[in-house]
Design a protein around this ligand. Structure first.
Ligand SMILES: Cc1ncc(COP(=O)(O)O)c(C=O)c1O
Length: 423
């Protein structure tokens, strides 16, 4: 099917088609009208050119790992080289990067600590909160191991009780009900993924935060899939803590991440790891006095070049426009959804409701192993997707981000249809 045929096919398929047709018109819009930025980001093609991705493969696995752009790689390299020449830690640079990160997430720099990945951030919270045997923690059944294992470990070590709820991809209010159905007077913590890794479902964080606050329950958000995919203002969301990776939708250096802890509740998270820079004095203190900020969870020598690279990634997203990035990815995922829908046996697993869906599209095909579709898409059509084997979903996940455009969607839809027909 050529592009016109593709548009006609979408237009012929009902309500979603109207959305799809509108989307096509919008996708060509420039990413940014600003011309004063550091990088050329006026069109999506220019943004794409900033990433040294292999041209022969269409990379649809940003939910797994978001490749760094050349400006990020250059920043890490240049800083690393300076450090190698001068031989200094450059701790001050962490402060600068922290300030940029704090602005990005709408919080105070004292509420941000750099960690190695989202899993580590989740572990800072799970191991730091004071929980007794029988205290309960609730999270969704689609939680990534990087989010769930932290609590299962507390269950194993301390007898904390883990309770899970099954998310609904159809109805946001129902998710609130399903979550709070699991809550009892012993519930001390609620955690959800802001956006699930499995199907890209967006939880209503503000509503959960309000109810958790009313009940006096700590609310932690695993934001591995949301930071960089959609704009995130943590004060508006109202959670007590949030962790994320830098190496997914933010396209920062690998092994970067951060944790946010609301300053009013910082002292409730005990330091599970500690070292120089966690305490106020560098010399052997008579008493250990933590620095009065989340920074106490950073300890020992840190890689200022990585933090600087993450800072560059945040600045690049800001220059492109964070809302534009979110709309672009969601539009492409929506377009892909409308395109593959109707393929024989194919079922969309991602939410349809615009309030709940994101830049991730996950689908499955009845009686066909997801790994077979994944392999055929990879080997025959050069699309890098990801299988979703969690909860026996048997899905194929595609992540749509700044380095894709509607032509990629067009080829993807064709490839999915041809693969499904051949299996
Ligand atoms: C929701 C969620 N949480 C945690 C993780 C783990 O991230 P990391 O490998 O950066 O620790 C992932 C990774 O995909 C994820 O999707």
């Amino acid at each position: 099917m050529d592009r016109k045929g593709f548009i006609r096919a979408i237009a012929a398929s009902g309500t979603g088609a109207i959305v799809g047709a509108k989307l096509l018109g919008k996708i060509d819009a420039p990413a940014s009208t600003a011309s004063s930025g550091k990088w050329a980001t006026e069109s999506w093609a220019q943004v794409r050119a900033l990433f040294p991705l292999r041209p022969e493969v269409t990379y649809l696995n940003t939910g797994g790992l978001g490749p760094a752009s050349q400006p990020v790689l250059d920043s890490v390299f240049e800083q690393g080289q300076t450090q190698a020449r001068v031989g200094e830690h450059y701790h001050k640079l962490l402060g600068q990067s922290r300030k940029v990160a704090a602005d990005f997430f709408g919080v105070n720099p004292s509420e941000i600590a750099f960690v190695r990945n989202a899993s580590e951030g989740n572990s800072v919270i799970s191991s730091g909160l004071s929980l007794k045997k029988g205290d309960e923690v609730v999270f969704e059944s689609h939680a990534h191991p990087g989010g769930s294992f932290a609590w299962m470990n507390r269950q194993k070590l301390d007898g904390v009780k883990v309770k899970i709820f099954e998310p609904s991809s159809a109805n946001s209010e129902e998710n609130l009900e399903r979550l709070f159905d699991q809550v009892t007077e012993r519930t001390r913590v609620i955690q959800v993924s802001h956006i699930t890794a499995t199907t890209g479902l967006i939880f209503d964080i503000q509503a959960i935060a309000a109810e958790a606050k009313r009940r006096g329950i700590w609310f932690h958000v695993d934001g591995a899939q949301s930071a960089g995919m959609i704009p995130v203002n943590l004060k508006t969301l109202g959670c007590d803590s949030y962790s994320t990776s830098g190496h997914k939708w933010l396209n920062g250096p690998i092994e970067t991440g951060l944790i946010y802890i609301d300053s009013g509740r910082n002292d409730e998270v005990a330091c599970s790891h500690i070292g120089a820079y966690s305490n106020d004095a560098y010399e052997l203190p008579s008493t250990l006095t933590y620095v009065d900020s989340a920074v106490r969870h950073e300890y020992g020598t840190r890689n200022a070049a990585s933090a600087g690279g993450l800072q560059t990634a945040l600045e690049l997203q800001t220059e492109i426009g964070r809302q534009k990035i979110a709309e672009h990815g969601a539009r492409l995922a929506q377009l892909a959804m409308e395109g593959v829908r109707g393929t024989k046996g194919l079922e969309i697993l991602s939410p349809i409701d615009p309030k709940m869906r994101s830049s991730i599209l996950t689908f499955r095909v009845a009686d066909v192993e997801c790994s077979a579709i994944y392999s055929a898409l990879s080997k025959q059509h050069k699309f890098r997707t990801r299988v979703v084997t969690e909860r026996d979903l048997n899905g194929v996940r595609s992540s749509w981000h700044v380095y894709q455009d509607e032509e990629d969607v067009h080829r993807f839809v064709k490839a999915v249809r041809s693969v499904v027909a051949s299996l």
